[in-house]
Design a protein around this ligand. Sequence first.
Ligand code: RFL
Ligand code: PHB
Length: 389
Amino acid sequence: MRTQVVIIGSGPAGLLLGGLLTRVGIDNVILDRVSKDYILHRVRAGVLEEGTIGLVDKAGAGARMHAQGLTHEGFSLAFNDRNHRIDLHALTGKSVMIYGQTELTSDLMAVREASGSTTIYDAANVSPHDFDGSSPYVTYEKDGTTHRIDCDYIAGCDGYHGISRKSVPEDAIRTFEKVYPFGWLGVLAEVHPVRDELIYASHERGFALCSMRSLTRSRYYVQCPLDDKIEDWADNRFWDELRRRLPAEDAEALITGPSFEKSIAPLRSFVAEPMRFGRLFLVGDAAHIVPPTGAKGLNLAASDVHYLFEGLRQHYLEKSTAGLDAYSGKSLARVWKAVRFSWWMTTMLHRFPGTDAFSQRVQEAELDYLVHSPAASASLSENYVGLPY
Ligand code: RFL
Ligand code: PHB
């Protein structure tokens, strides 16, 4: 088989890139090692920046997102038993949209199926080859046979654990990593969200986040030790812990119910440089990971897609390689700002085991400054709604 671009990974990055390329007539094939059903059951992100929304529209997959997504013009920072509203819209003129990654993925998959572009799920041992030369190709195994796809370019959209980054020679790549000494225990429940907007709560027992997927489905998180097991967290224990970390007015209003998804995610910051190796491009989580505190992971995957799509479009439609040559530099400049923001939000809102009294007071002063200084609130807001592409 031959195509113009092989995309490894059918997460939001791969599907969005594939959708944009298909719309302008650039032939592409997506390969994923797992099934479509498996991908659609991974519960992950929930907050979309306006830039991400624009790209989903451009890929022709925005109709349901606009009909069902919830526009949020602010969120609450809670500490010392009080809520402090950050008015994103007043401070930036922008808002964010609450729309689950699973829904977005499902919409992008539906558009792709209707377009007739090829996606191969359950592809084992996917491997990129010869991307440092002019004739790259990708091999994979399916139904006991090895297949080969020749192409012009390979987009590695295969997430943090994918094969693309691992295929790059060690001396050609530099990585930067920070692992945080806690995780997030997340729960999905079919209950009305405690507030109309998200609450990011800093509490002496640890961070908590009240998010949502719709007006009837809540997504809640509490900071937990890394070695905690899901089995340790019966629903009742989770709800009690969440209540303790919220201001009294929210704790009283919290509606609880049986959880239908519960998972613990470790928190990490990670960046690989550069993001291009000859004809292989790393995109999204394959190149960088941020802790979820700033809601940036999926949105960063989308901004990488924007830069790579523009580069490929210019190459095929305008015969210019300028966009592809600029891809790594432009993406990384935006990535590092989101890495900085996510690290800062994480550091400011979580309890670090063994922290000293001085650091604790500085954290408290920072929160107080943040909600009372319009300049500081504006800086937080412009990062939260997403820096321009
Ligand atoms: P994905 O979604 O990991 O998709 C990668 C795809 O590649 C496939 N794959 C392979 N295919 C073939 N061969 C291989 N060897 C392969 N290895 C892997 C995988 O099966 C998969 O289908 O990466 P992508 O597309 O870059 O998207 C990134 C986002 O998924 C991620 O950044 C966000 O979910 C992060 N995130 C959040 N981001 C936000 O912008 N806003 C949020 O509110 C937000 N909340 C979150 C989050 C992530 C979380 N977890 C669990 C990590 C909340 C949580 C709890
Ligand atoms: C979510 O709804 O899953 C979510 C929202 C905001 C975050 C992280 C996760 O910062």
